[in-house]
Ligand binder design. Structure first.
Ligand code: FAD
Length: 623
């Protein structure tokens, strides 16, 4: 049989990276194909049914600001919403949604199926077609040829995947899905810097067998947070609570007594696991002095009894899993529906990627998601979006696009990956960003939607909503500057609360808002303050911009100072041997990493400020 079809962009894998990549390329007008093992698993959450959290929520908002789907799917699938760090500063506040696994998946499937320019096809990809140094298409398990000048691989944990439960292990991409073995072999030939990583998931429990009287309830926040900048709480399904319980001393004893049966400790698993999402056996070993560990009891959906016990990820043998689960408060009678397991898989060194996420080895071939050493839906979705955009731009002979570190967490993540690589599954944290006061969740649209509009990934409806919001912020800020409170016009009790005494001089509302302890809500309670804005997102933005103006300006100055290095490009074929004065070690590192800019070079471990100066001198001489 010979079958061949031509596309502009082919995306392999219908997970979180793949769906965002395919949607972005299609939004940009490219004739796009999403090829995946199984159309019924598009948008499947392999591990916990939750979106967002600290650092991750920032990525979701940025994906949304660039027209992506993840936040909208979370709004349609979220059954418990919270704002984490709500009492801390706006930079570290983060939205998290517990999702109904089925509703989330259905929202993604709906988005993908209804995207113009995007076609779906179900079949495993086994091979790539490469002509010279360029990819020109893919070959499926059934021998079908799909051709395209840009191919994005987003195959998650499936490359040479091996599933472990205690002493038993077998090949698999995740529970219930096949691994991508032939493709893994082919990629190992093309991109030799390959490693193994590991991740794990907890056993799932039947809610009817849990004693909810013995655990504490954790309701969502009111008013309910919303993920998408164009979403509303009215889109959310029914909201329910999560719960919290704790391990007991017996839990820890059982784990310690059985560590030798865990594939992680018996040496069977070589891959390194996620530091910030460790298995319960890892926690017991690493935090040996901790007497108990918290377990979040998270519902998997509205129409199922299945529970995800977050914090109980394990690859211990099943008989031990049963003992561990039943030693936990409230779980004494718990029935396990699915065993926990660990999975080991291939990932490719992200230092072999360009900032566009195109591989250096093969032109037109892009990698996004777990294949690059990251962990998490949000990290995958964000990379998918960038890879999809650049796959489309490549087809049109346009320059690659990637946000800078001072523009987006997406930029921080990609820069970290391509300049430093990763030895363990990489997840996002706010602490990874040096400019986090400007990279907030609340202003992701102001930072990125204009760029998204220019790239062609932001549609008319989103753009109109964004433009109206931006104008409302400007209008309200100008109004606050204009409206002035006069002495004697503010009632005594309010003046006491706002100024610590009587108002003695004219004071603009803007000035008043800058005072500690005064928020937008306090302003609007004043009789002379005039009508407040109705949209709480506009009010929030005005308040943050006014209150933090000084700090934000200072951060902008820092960004401007570092911009010189960030904007100085390093030619791809630069001969580092020819740069006078560099040490052998630095030359080797630069040649190996091939940074795109001097700024990137400066972040490679071992590249000193003196080496950066030598690079700048060399570039000046060349120009
Ligand atoms: P996936 O979501 O894995 O999607 C890959 C897609 O590619 C699938 O649709 C698959 O069918 C398809 N595919 C694969 N090979 C082929 C092929 N050859 N041809 C066609 N289609 C193919 N993340 C966390 O943040 N914390 C955790 O604790 C955590 N634990 C996890 C535990 C387990 C057991 C697993 C499996 C994952 C876990 N994750 C965790 C990771 C999270 O699921 C991933 O980070 C995220 O799903 C990665 O998205 P992705 O799009 O890169 O890949």
């Amino acid at each position: 049989m010979h079958y061949q079809a031509q596309y502009d962009v082919i995306v392999v894998g219908g997970g979180h990276a793949g769906t965002e990549a395919a949607l972005a390329a299609a939004r940009m007008g490219c004739n796009t194909l999403l090829l995946t093992h199984n159309i019924d698993t598009i948008g499947q959450m392999s591990c916990n049914p939750a979106i967002g959290g600290i650092g991750k929520g920032h990525l979701v908002k940025e994906i949304d600001a660039l027209g992506g789907l993840m936040a909208r799917a979370a709004d349609q699938g979220g059954i418990q919403f919270r704002t984490l760090n709500s009492r801390k500063g706006p930079a570290v506040r983060a939205t998290r949604a517990q999702a109904d696994r089925s509703l989330y998946k259905a929202a993604v499937r709906h988005g993908v199926e209804n995207q113009p320019n995007l076609q779906l096809f179900q079949q495993a990809v086994d091979d790539l077609i490469i002509e010279g140094e360029r990819v020109t298409g893919v070959i499926t398990q059934g021998g079908l040829h799909f051709m395209a000048p840009s191919v994005v691989l987003t195959v998650g944990t499936f490359l040479a995947g091996r599933i472990h439960v205690g002493e038993a292990n077998h090949a698999g991409g995740r529970a219930g899905d096949p691994p991508a073995t032939r493709l893994a072999e082919r990629l190992r030939e093309l991109a030799p810097r390959v490693g193994r990583l590991k991740t794990g998931t907890p056993p799932r429990l039947d809610a009817r067998s849990i004693d909810f009287d013995r655990v504490s309830e954790q309701p969502g926040d009111t008013p309910t947070p919303v993920f998408s900048f164009i979403g509303s709480a009215a889109q959310h399904p029914r909201q329910i609570s999560c719960h919290i319980t704790w391990t007991t001393p017996r839990t820890l004893d059982i784990i310690r007594d059985n560590l030798h049966r865990s594939p992680m400790y018996s040496g069977v698993i070589e891959g390194i696991g996620p530091r910030y999402c460790p298995s319960i056996e890892d926690k017991v070993v690493r935090f040996a002095d901790k007497e108990r560990h918290q377990i979040f009891i998270e519902p998997e959906g509205l129409d199922t009894h299945e529970i995800y016990p977050n914090g109980l990820s394990t690859s211990l043998p099943f008989d031990v899993q049963v003992q561990v689960v039943r030693s936990i408060e409230g779980f004494e009678q718990a029935h396990i529906i699915r065993p926990g397991y660990a999975i080991e898989y291939d990932f490719f060194d992200p230092r072999d990627l360009k900032p566009s996420l195109e591989t250096r080895a093969v032109q037109g071939l892009f990698f996004a998601g777990q294949i690059n050493g990251t962990t998490g839906y949000e990290e995958a979705g964000a990379q998918g979006l960038v890879a999809g955009i650049n796959a489309a731009r490549r087809v049109r002979d346009q320059d690659a696009w990637c946000p800078r570190r001072d523009e987006a967490y997406i930029g921080v993540m990609i820069d970290d990956l391509i300049t430093r690589g990763t030895g363990e599954p990489y997840r996002m944290f706010t602490s990874r960003a040096e400019y986090r006061l400007t990279l907030r969740e609340d202003n992701a649209d102001l930072r990125l939607t204009p760029a998204g509009r220019e790239l062609g990934v932001v549609d008319d409806a989103r753009w109109a909503a964004f433009a109206a919001k931006r104008e409302a912020i400007e209008r309200e800020t100008a109004r606050l500057e204009r409206v002035t409170l006069k002495p004697g016009r503010v009632p005594e009790d309010q003046a006491q609360a706002l100024f610590g005494g009587a108002l003695t001089r004219d004071c603009s509302l803007l000035e008043l808002l800058r005072r500690p302890g005064v928020g937008y809500a306090e302003l609007t309670a004043l009789a002379d303050a005039g009508p407040p804005v109705q949209d709480p997102r506009v009010a929030e933005q005005v308040e943050i911009q006014v209150k933090y103006a000084g700090y934000i300006e200072r951060q902008k100055d820092e960004v401007a100072r570092s911009r010189r290095l960030e904007d100085t490009a390093l030619p791809e074929n630069l001969d580092y041997q020819a740069v006078a004065g560099l040490s052998h070690e630095v030359r080797q590192k630069l040649a190996e990493h091939r940074p795109a800019t001097v700024g990137q070079a400066s972040r490679i471990p071992g590249v000193t400020p003196a080496a950066v100066s030598l690079l700048l001198v060399h570039l000046k001489k060349q120009s």
